[in-house]
Design a protein around this ligand. Sequence first.
Ligand SMILES: O=C(O)CCC(=O)C(=O)O
Length: 317
Amino acid sequence: MNEPNVLRRHDVASLDAVEHSFRAGALAEAVRDAPVLDTRSGLTAEEFAEEYRGTQRPVVLEGHAADWPSVRDWSFEVLAERVGGVEVVVDSYSTKAARKVTFARFVELLRESEAKDDAPIYLQEWYYQTTAPELAADMPELDIAQYDFRRDLYGDKASTNHQLWIGQRGGVTRMHQDSYMVDVMHAQIVGTKRWYVMGPDAVLPRDADGEPDFDALLASPQAKLHRFDLKPGDVLYLPANWFHRIELLENSIGLGRKCLDQVNLRLHIKQRMTELLALLLNYDEVAETHPELVDVVMARSRTWANRMDIDLSRLRP
Ligand SMILES: O=C(O)CCC(=O)C(=O)O
């Protein structure tokens, strides 16, 4: 509640202010001249580890997943044929628009929405491995992602929580940081997606009238505002805590794969423990101070317990 950095706040007014600035304000102007992120092709896993992961610098690895079967063969219709009966939650980031449909129906809705020029629909953060695990073979493990320490920490089931992001041109994922100190490793499969990123220490303060001060944000060297387009076969590496906002320039499918770098292990565990202990020891206060987050965190913790085969009725394993 007392978070002074507007970029880190989760209340609707703060999220709207940032989004509005990207669409028609100071940030929209600033991104026009923002530099493009480092883009490399043909890097080996060792070169990637040394030049980028080791120094926590983001990079686009052009064509690094170009030989994936998904990049070669997928379209919305191909997926509808393969996993059309599977249930998904469309527009899950909007409590008003969220609805459960089959994947085949989602593709129909998307086509209808395109025909009517309606607001774009977006299937965000689909943890497909629980309901459509057969798709995983089309997105083989990346050599550069081997360092993901979650496998050692939680085992395969909890660490393969990769997500598919499937949506209509014009769809947006608002500016955010990922939780739990994980790196973003995003592989683009279909269509082009524009990313806007800012450094982990970017601060959007308030001015004397209490309004977000975008000029102060942009004047700070910590802002590190970049923009770039991710195309089919490209893989983005964005170190932990970098802010990111995404706009679909075309109908798009992307795979969000997270990686825990061992250097972030202590802070990762601290964040998980903070959430669990706050829910356990301080539920009422958390529900009052973070009403918009408490259900999400409860659901996330249940899913995590489930993936870890934790029996919540037992005190000892
Ligand atoms: O592709 C998107 O819309 C969002 C992806 C994202 O936030 C992620 O992979 O961390």
